[in-house]
Design a protein around this ligand. Structure first.
Ligand code: 3Y8
Ligand code: NAP
Length: 251
């Protein structure tokens, strides 16, 4: 009896949830609970961490999960790593539903950073106006360069004091569009953009806007998710995931 756990939090996860619901699949959608009011899904939904690998392994057993689909964001590396370990321990097939990384195109001026710290170090010394479109979980690292004015885009208004002295906060939930991001960056006289290589369409608008405005982008590469060969096949479309559910061994 197929019972699917869908680890969500991305546009891809939401589109897969729709297809699973339409197919009448027995599936549970899972959010980390990072935002105050996540977008509602057409599947039964759980919110909050599982309690590490232990907790996830226990969940797989008590909920008789037969397939896990990791459709989390490429930067949700801890969740993905936990899923690899818990699924291996429980002998439950796992696949990742992931969008390809963005590639620089004609007219782009990207500086590649291998981590958040790398992006901080790459920022100039002279005061600049930086669009920091990476959410709120990694802002502290940028306190190393307090001289810049940071435009922050957050899903929820910050509860605590921000770790940066000069900020403008934009509260908005994606997906975003290029015209909106171009106007936003012009309004605040942005000179540099920092982005995580999320891939997908939901966060790409700022890259198109940067190209239009001829601005440099500090592009942070994705973290690696350690997995044995075949343990975590990566699918790029809803159709591929649906085919995998039918035949998980035919990765
Ligand atoms: C809680 C669920 C859907 C999902 C939409 C996608 C698109 C909009 C673009 C910018 C970049 C950023 C951020 C972003 C985008 C989609 C997708 C995507 C980037 C929601 C969501 C949850 C989260 C968590 C949130 C993080 C933050 C990251 C904002 C819902 C809206 C910057 C990533 O305040 C916080 O603590 C926010 C935390 C993790 C990154 C960070 O480190 O702060 N996403 N985003 C999920 C959960 O609880 O499990 O609230 O509805 C989902 C989406 N965010 O269904 O259409 O698919 O990527 N999310 C990044 O890409 O850099 C915004 O501003 O240009
Ligand atoms: P993370 O650092 O990889 O995960 C930290 C912990 O959060 C995990 O160990 C797990 O807690 C819990 N968690 C994460 N995703 C979960 C899920 N879908 N369901 C249940 N628990 C989850 O994750 P993150 O980067 O904070 O991202 C959190 C969520 O936001 C993810 O679902 C991701 O898809 C979404 N998101 C993230 C980004 C981003 O830039 N990171 C962007 C867009 C959307 P336990 O160990 O207790 O199980």
């Amino acid at each position: 009896m197929t019972r699917i756990l869908l680890l969500g939090g991305t546009t891809e996860a939401s589109s897969l949830a729709k297809t699973l619901a339409e197919a009448g699949a027995d599936a549970v959608f899972s959010y980390a609970g990072r935002t105050a009011k996540p977008v509602s899904q057409p599947l039964p939904t759980r919110v909050g961490g599982f309690g590490g690998v232990e907790g996830l392994s226990g969940y797989l057993k008590t909920e008789s999960i037969t397939h896990v689909i990791d459709a989390t964001h490429p930067f949700a590396a801890q969740m993905s790593t936990n899923a690899v370990q818990a699924c291996a321990a429980a002998g439950v097939p796992l696949c990742a539903f992931e969008r390809p990384a963005w590639q620089a195109g004609e007219g782009d001026s990207w500086l590649h950073a291998d981590s958040i710290e790398g992006a901080v170090n790459a920022l100039p010394e002279a005061p600049a106006r930086v669009f920091l479109a990476i959410g709120k979980q990694n802002l502290t690292q940028f306190a190393a360069k307090p001289q810049h004015h940071y435009l922050l885009r957050l899903v929820d208004a910050p509860e605590a004091e921000l770790p940066l002295p000069h900020t403008t906060v934009e509260i908005a939930r994606g997906p975003f569009d290029a015209a909106g991001d171009t106007a936003l960056m012009q309004r605040y006289g942005i000179t540099h953009v920092v982005a995580k290589n999320a891939g997908g369409a939901g966060a790409a608008a700022k890259l198109t806007a940067a190209r239009t405005l001829g601005l440099p982008v500090f592009m942070i590469g994705r973290p690696q998710v350690p997995a044995q060969a075949g343990q975590r096949p990566i699918k790029g479309s809803v159709a591929e995931v649906m085919a995998w559910i039918a035949h998980p061994s035919a990765t």
